[in-house]
Design a protein around this ligand. Structure first.
Ligand code: COA
Length: 331
């Protein structure tokens, strides 16, 4: 029997809008303090996209950044998958908008809605298409413009979120590098703790939905925090055990950047020293589906991740959704 094809991440690109919103800016907008935000969440500043810049624009800029480090003919892209919960509009999908803006002719694509697990879910979906042998080049993108859905009078929410995007290219692997395995789970009972109720078929946009602030992120922070700490540990342990590995075998750990305390609690549980853990939430906040590819970029820049390393990624998000993947890094 021929060896199964593994899908490797062969290139990475990211985009962060230039405008920065600092904690001291937020101190002027809501009743909060730099100390509180740093201590409770671990964020100093986040990037915010301008009006008129949508998730698809950030996704396109992330792909263009990827092309700079890894030039190839975009016409070879077979499939585009975009993880986002802040699509430009209800439809068409962000994947269609990205395809059009990049001018890719013979491809197909779709969006994945999985909150902060969006990139992990999109990645695992793309991996299957490469593993099947059907496709040779899949673009997986995580892009969110959270500022468009954030109530900047709600101090428990507006301090957390930022905007940004990241893109990876998946290709068949010839040397064993690539995505080794993943686990994932949804638990819809948690939907009531993190959601945006307005604008869908249940609560279509009206003056009333606007007055009731239904088009903003609604969050029970404590419930989300408790679930995220528990589930991040559970999913990482599950994918490691499934592959007869432990935290000690992992060279680099990238968790979704939602709260520094969630990341360090998970690393602690896995017995992983902080040198192996990527933390950039202080600079970028929570960019939802953007965090993991953006943190991959940070890991490369900080030399925490290099060719041949075993990378563990994990995310928990609205839904609730959760997932973790093990990746042998390819470059
Ligand atoms: N500045 C100052 N005080 C704030 C504040 C802010 N920005 N936001 C909330 N508070 C206050 C609360 O009003 C509360 O005051 P009270 O005791 O007088 O009622 C107090 O701080 C404690 O609130 P609590 O909700 O218990 O704080 P917390 O320590 O749980 O931190 C979050 C709040 C939102 C930062 C935290 O729960 C969290 O990170 N949750 C996860 C969110 C998340 O990751 N979302 C994305 C999903 S992937």
């Amino acid at each position: 029997m021929s060896k199964p094809v593994r899908a490797k991440i062969s290139a990475l690109g990211t985009y962060l809008p230039p405008r920065v919103l600092t904690n001291s800016d937020l101190e002027k907008m809501v009743d909060t303090s730099n100390e509180w935000i740093l201590e409770r969440v671990g964020i100093r500043e986040r990037h915010i996209a301008d009006k008129g810049v949508a998730a698809s624009d950030m996704a396109v800029l992330a792909v263009q950044n990827l092309l700079e480090s890894h030039p190839f003919d975009l016409q070879e892209v077979d499939l585009i998958i975009v993880g986002t919960v802040t699509p430009d509009m209800m439809y068409p999908s962000t994947a269609c908008l990205v395809q059009h803006k990049l001018g890719i002719k013979n491809t197909w694509g779709f969006d994945v809605s999985a909150g902060c697990s969006g990139f992990v879910y999109a990645l695992n979906t793309g991996v299957k298409f490469v593993e099947s042998g059907q496709y040779k080049k899949v673009l997986v993108i995580g892009a969110d413009k959270n500022s468009a859905m954030t109530d900047y009078t709600d101090r428990a929410v507006c301090i957390i979120f930022g905007d940004g995007a990241g893109a990876v290219l998946l290709e068949p692997s010839e040397d064993g590098a690539g995505v080794i395995d993943h686990v994932a789970q949804i638990e819809g009972a948690g939907g009531k703790f993190l959601y945006m109720p307005g604008g869908g078929s249940l609560n279509p946009a009206s003056h009333e939905t606007v007055n009731q602030k239904m088009h903003y992120i609604h969050q029970d922070g404590q419930q989300v925090f408790k679930y995220a700490v528990k589930k991040m540990a559970e999913m990482t342990e599950r994918v490691l055990e499934k592959n007869n590995l432990s935290g000690k075998d992992v060279d680099c750990f990238i968790a979704h950047q939602a709260n520094k305390r969630i990341i360090t609690a998970t690393a602690d549980r896995l017995g992983m020293p902080l040198e192996k853990v990527v933390i950039n939430i202080d600079r970028f906040g929570n960019t939802t589906a953007g965090t993991i590819p953006i943190a991959m970029q940070t890991a490369l820049e900080e030399k925490k991740l290099k060719k041949g390393d075993l990378l563990l990624i994990a995310a928990v998000g609205a839904g609730f959704t959760s997932g973790a993947s093990l990746i042998r890094w390819a470059f």
